[in-house]
Design a protein around this ligand. Structure first.
Ligand code: SIN
Length: 282
């Protein structure tokens, strides 16, 4: 079956059909997948049967693996680079990161070089009374930028937001050593996507602690206003998971949030990899 890209009704998100990720993709097929990824910001493949090693191989095609601090206690055994996201407990211990990503964010924005993208592979999806729970929402940051009034675009031009790993409230406990590893960093509020050239908003309510050169109160107001704007319903693709889904998102084009509407005994189990940003093709 030939590869087919089926766009969602939202400004981001597309299903890729006709690809078996358990087999290595040839250059042409991978090129088409990567083009769809750059274009749609979120792509997904249904009904995949992909082993942890195959997931790691596929992830490396997009960029070097990037290790997430939250994976340090919840990496998949013998597979460095795969983080387990789950509410499941075994032997009284959480087998994965619980309540990961329950606020709007872009992965590892607190690092100096945030990752290009993230892959989530659905192993178990919670269901209740025929309803699928545990969706993930993605907001299109380039469309949010394009829709800003010209006066706001001018106000934001050249501005940088501050991200402080220590300053953020988190569901997970963070050690002092982990805090020390990530000193505060600044990123442009308007990021130019390295592959598409689109301008994308890069501000998050829970991660940004300020704006360079702007007093605290005004900065907070602006961060909140932009965060509300980015997550307007019309910019959002909401992914309803099926077991066997492999989904990839672009950490510049979208922000994401995991909907936490399930609890044990309903089980959710995902494997996640993250890959680094590289120089775009010439
Ligand atoms: C995350 O933010 O990486 C978690 C997303 C999810 O579990 O749906």
């Amino acid at each position: 079956m030939a590869l087919k890209v089926v766009q969602s009704d939202a400004p981001v998100g597309a299903e890729i059909r006709g690809v078996d990720l358990s087999q290595p993709l040839n250059e042409n097929t991978f090129g088409a997948v990567e083009d769809a990824y750059n274009e749609h910001g979120v792509i997904f493949f249904r009904n995949q049967s992909i082993s942890p090693d195959e997931l790691l191989d596929f992830s490396r095609r997009f960029g070097d693996l990037q290790f997430n601090v939250f994976g340090e206690d919840h990496g998949l055994a013998n597979h460095p680079g795969i983080v387990v996201i789950s509410n499941v407990q075994e032997g009284g211990r959480d087998i994965g990161v619980k309540r990961a990503g329950q606020h709007w964010h872009s992965d590892m924005c607190y690092t100096a070089n945030p990752p290009r993208g993230t892959i989530l592979c659905a192993r178990e999806v919670p269901h209740q009374d025929g309803l699928i729970l545990g969706d993930t929402c993605f907001a299109a940051t380039h469309v949010a930028y394009d829709d800003l009034p010209g006066s706001m675009k001018e106000r934001l031009a050249g501005r940088r937001a501050e991200f402080d790993f220590s300053g953020r409230k988190r569901a997970q406990v963070i050690s002092q050593e982990q805090r020390d590893r990530f000193p505060p960093v600044c990123h442009p509020i308007v990021r130019t996507h390295p592959y598409t050239g689109r301008k994308c908003l890069y501000v998050m309510r829970d991660d940004c602690t300020g704006i360079e050169g702007v007093d605290d109160e005004e900065a907070q107001r602006l961060i909140e206003a932009l965060a509300d704007h980015i997550t307007r319903p019309e910019y959002i693709y909401r992914h309803q998971w099926q077991e066997g889904d492999v989904l990839i998102w672009d950490n510049c084009t979208v922000q994401h949030m995991a909907v936490q509407d399930y609890n044990l005994p309903l089980r959710r189990l995902m494997h996640r990899t993250t890959f680094a940003a590289e120089a775009p093709p010439a």
